[in-house]
Design a binder for this molecule. Structure first.
Ligand code: SF4
Length: 460
């Protein structure tokens, strides 16, 4: 397996802007072709120039997950100045343009001031991009979600799972009580609701039950994302073992869905990184929506230019009907496909009086920080925006301290100064903090393995 060496990881730089005259989508197409991942079902370079870009607005968190991807120094890093967050939003726009999915994340983003959160969402929306809020849900009250939705938030993604060690909840099934609370908080808001679950050795067997729970809430939950545990970051849990692979997780999802799901019809970048499937939910039963790979590939290609906002079904239907009216040759294949689906779902459709929901399943396969596969890093579709440009999330996690401990150049009324991540103070020179030892931050600002090490030393 061609892994990047430690030297290559250390020398790795953020992506430069595409060359003048090359569009973001054209650049993505080149990347997919070069990496051998270009075919009729590939969405990158056809519909999207990027899967999504993470905007880390804080490194702090109110949990201490056993599989956390943050660094042992993260908790001691001050929140980026708002001006720098705005610059990074503008940078995302310069790289990828309108409709880019921007994940507002951290750490836990609700730890930032509410007025700043709202300003960040507004800024993303003002540039015509799609803000997604990634939260563990603890501080995401109904009032906050309402304000964020009014500010232009498109998706809210709740991360809930057993890696969070929430007292009184020993299994994923028990955690459904918390998930249900979050679903009820978001119900009725113009937000697309996602749930993220980290898959690890101790919850792998619970995936089918989880999928049944999401299916029962398909009217509100639009996407269930399963992220495979990766040995990266400060988490104390370690690797995932050999049994957890994108294939084995897909099988577990299918077991809970009660149907086979075609994860080949809509491809997002490298197949070893991402799997995507979509089902139609009718009267509590799921039906694979993308089971015809060739037809779906043709449709996705033909409609790649349409703007289809996830949180606005009416506008999706309207855009699609306008497109169909202008492209009548697609009518017959679509009617045939729809007739087959309706026939298969006929009993449920009658019982549900025609009500259909969609629910998508995503599998994301992050890499071990010591085993970054060159071709996947090169074809990465999930980036983090840094001060100097976007970087693959797997790469960012493998050298997080390099990015988060770097002083940030800021223009002030008194000239250029450098914001220091560990103090939050401005200095005249850009000195990079030397060898930072997590233990120097003290117990209050320590999480993960470093915290455990310090506690063990104190009790010895
Ligand atoms: S973040 Fe990692 S796993 Fe995800 S698309 Fe990029 S390289 Fe692949």
């Amino acid at each position: 397996m061609p892994y990047l060496t430690r030297e290559e990881i250390e020398a790795f730089e953020p992506d430069p802007l595409p060359c003048p005259g090359v569009t973001a989508i054209g650049h993505a197409r080149r990347v997919m072709k070069r990496s051998g991942n270009w075919n009729a079902n590939q969405q990158m370079g056809r519909r999207w120039p990027i899967g999504c870009v993470a905007l880390e607005i804080t490194q702090r968190c109110n949990l201490d997950c056993t599989l956390c991807y943050l660094s042992e120094n993260s908790e001691a890093v001050r929140d980026l100045p708002l001006e720098e967050v705005f610059l990074r939003i503008e940078l995302i726009y310069r790289y990828y343009g309108r409709n880019t999915d921007v994940q507002i994340t951290g750490g836990e983003p609700t730890l930032r001031r509410r007025d700043e959160l709202l300003a960040i969402v507004r800024k993303v929306r003002a540039l015509g991009m799609r803000p997604t809020f990634m939260t563990n849900g603890i501080r995401a009250t109904r009032a906050l979600l309402e304000e964020l939705a009014t500010a232009g938030l498109v998706d809210v993604s709740f991360h809930v799972d057993t890696t969070q060690r929430i007292k009184g909840y020993a299994s994923e099934v028990e955690l459904n009580e918390i998930r249900q609370t979050y679903i009820d908080r978001a119900r009725g808001l113009p937000l697309s609701v996602l749930f993220t679950t980290t898959v690890h050795r101790r919850n792998f067997h619970e995936i089918p039950d989880l999928v049944r729970f999401f299916k029962a809430n398909a009217g509100v939950v639009r996407t269930a994302s399963f992220q495979l545990a990766a040995d990266t970051g400060r988490g104390a849990h370690g690797g995932r073992g050999d049994a957890i692979t994108p294939d084995s997780v897909a099988k577990q999802i299918e077991a809970g869905a009660g149907t086979s799901i075609n994860f080949e019809a809509s491809l997002i970048g490298h197949p070893a990184c991402n799997r995507y499937g979509m089902c139609l939910e009718v009267k509590g039963r799921l039906f694979d929506a993308l089971d015809d790979t060739t037809f779906i590939g043709r449709m996705l290609s033909a409609t790649a230019h349409l703007d289809l906002p996830r949180n606005d079904t009416a506008s999706v239907i309207k855009s699609f009907l306008w497109w169909l009216a202008a492209n009548p040759r697609h009518c017959i294949p679509i009617v045939k496909w729809a007739a087959r689906k309706v026939w298969r779902m006929r009993e449920e459709l009658v019982a549900a009086r025609g009500r259909v929901n969609t629910i998508s399943f995503l599998i994301h396969n992050f890499m071990h920080s010591g085993a970054l596969e060159r071709d996947r890093i090169n074809a990465c579709v999930f980036k983090v925006m840094t001060a100097d440009g976007p970087v693959s999330m797997c790469m960012h996690n493998a050298k997080r301290d390099h990015f988060i401990l770097q002083p940030i150049s800021v223009r002030t009324p008194d000239g250029r100064k450098y914001w220091q991540p560990l103090t939050g103070k401005m200095r005249l020179n850009p000195d990079v903090a030397g060898d930072v030892k997590p233990e120097q931050h003290g117990l209050k600002r320590l999480k993960g393995l470093a915290r455990q090490r310090l506690l063990a030393r104190r009790s010895a």
